[in-house]
Ligand binder design. Sequence first.
Ligand code: ADP
Length: 709
Amino acid sequence: MIENTFGINIVPENDTKRIDALRRYRITDTPAEDSFDGIARLATQIFNVPISLLSLVDAESVFFKANIGMGNAKEANRGKSLCALAILDHEVTVFEDALKEPCLMSNPNVMGDFGLRFYAGAPLITHDGFLIGTLCIIDKKTREFSESDRKILEGLAATAMEQIELRRSSLDKIDELKKSNLQLTNTELDLKSAIEELAAINEEMEATNEELHTANENVSKSYDLTVVLNKNLQNSELRLKSFISKAPIAFGILTGEDLAIEVANDMILKIWGKDKRILGKPIEEALPELKGQPYIPILENVFKTGITYVGDSAHVKLESEGDLKDCYFDFIYEPLKNNEGETVAIIVIANEVTDRILKKQEMEVLNKQMEIALHAGQLGSYNLNLITGEISSSDQCKANYGLTNDSKLDFDDLMHIVVPEYREVLNEKINLSIKNNTPLHAEYLVKWPDESLHWINAAGLPNYDEHGNATHIIGVTVDITKRKNYETQKDDFLSIASHELKTPITSLKASIQLLSRLKDKPTHEMIPKLIDQSAKSLEKLSTLVDELLNLNRLSGGNLELKKEVFTVSEMLDACCDDIRIAGKHHLLLKGDLEATIFADLQRIDQVVVNFVNNAVKYAPLSEEIHLIVEKLEDCVKVSVKDFGDGIDSQIQPFLFDRYYRANHNGKKYSGLGLGLYISSEIIKRHGGEIGVESRVGEGSSFWFTIPSI
Ligand code: ADP
């Protein structure tokens, strides 16, 4: 910014253009140069002043290109430098006594310590008339400045300006030189790359030349090779012929419409059961056994249509040592065509696969047998992939888990079906079997999708790859729920049986101990009671032992029936004397009293006694017990009806099962759960039926039928 101290306008109207003119010279802010220093020094010497400056007045500052006597000062503010005034006028600006100049009264150079008193500045005028600076002289004392002094200063300024112009034209020259230098360099570079391109083209041409040369050589070599190949071809043809004739595959060529055998190698002759004499004959004539088989029509069709025919495991009857033998072949009938595309011959290539097919058929039979065996044993087969966890399983295997045939079953699904308590055990058993390469045997409980629980027995064997890593477990599963339930029932039965046996034994033991104490008092009133008690206990024991014996006979299939004809009512009349005598229940005989049956009297009596005893035991309040005989169309039906509590319809189907005993609202009845089972076995062996009709609160009617004679 200009700090104007002069109190007058120091910026001429054309200042912008003037500054542009100054900048053309590229002289401001450049280092001192001897030529300009020399002019300034000359000025100090000519005018005998201490200071002379060559100033260039820029927009805001005055730059000293030459400075003699002002120390190191390089520039001054335009508003303080007197040179700013000197460029306002084309004439030399002179202040002989600065203190007398009103415009310098605020100038620090004049009024300050520096103490400027004299100033004379001649403008530096460019060739086109701009005042760009001054050559000035300065003194700290007043001086006079004559007209000739002015002329001299003007002359020096003009010299300085000439020097500036010269400097500028040198700079321009240098620039031009630089420019042309650059152009030269570019041209040189262009030349260089052109030369390089030429060299590359040259190289390519050389390579092409070489290639041509090699190609030439190859052509001549190829010719030699063709000659060798021709020879080889002849040899190969010979070798091919001998190879075909000895090849381990059946090969033949049939030519012409009549399919004459032109070529037949040893193998095809062997299969056909013929020798070389068939060569040249039409196939129909050479192999008359093919008549009635589909192959000659197929060959004729291949000849006619030119379309290849492929046979896969085809069944052919061929002659072998006088007999027709069943053979199987994979074969191909390939048409051979002339240049016009017409079929002229058929190549026959065949591979006998009889052994493979027979093995396959054998395997299929074995597989079928296996399937039947698995089905019969309700065994499901599975293959568990130990790497992916996938299980490929038979329908039965899925059925064992309560799944349909199309259900997905992999290891995770299986674990989900297995009841949680058995999962870890199953996993451990699988791992152990893999680790020790031992058969897997596991029994575990599963929950079917319908929520029912089933026991599964799984067996399997681990398989390993060549590195000894287990890959699969293959095996079978079976639903063993019935067996498991039976085992549980059996265990329950044993504990009930021992308990049941123990009660009469304890009571018998007690009676006998008392009797032994009273043996010296034979008239003691307790003795008859004790004997009675012992007899009852013995009776009970004998009934239990009878039931057990019956059970044993039944399960061993040793129940022999001694059949006879008898009147049912008579049998009913004679049974259950003890109950009649006890008098608590009335046994009423009803129905067809004449009806007779052909059966084992003892066993049928046993069934009726069992029904009546049950009625007494489970319907104690039923005063009447009806024994009813009915003669039906093809059988006689006997029912024992009580009027007790009746039986819930839900448990009725199980009453005849082995060891089954119902719960009677917390009431405890002794028994082994065998009576009705034994009864049903006896009736079944007679070819009859057994059942119950009962309603809760209305009593029960146990019945059986015996077929009429
Ligand atoms: P046990 O009497 O030794 O328990 P059974 O095979 O004779 O064995 O009878 C099986 C079950 O049938 C009995 O436990 C009982 O719950 C039921 N039952 C048999 N007869 C009757 C009946 N007349 N009334 C009610 N329940 C009966």
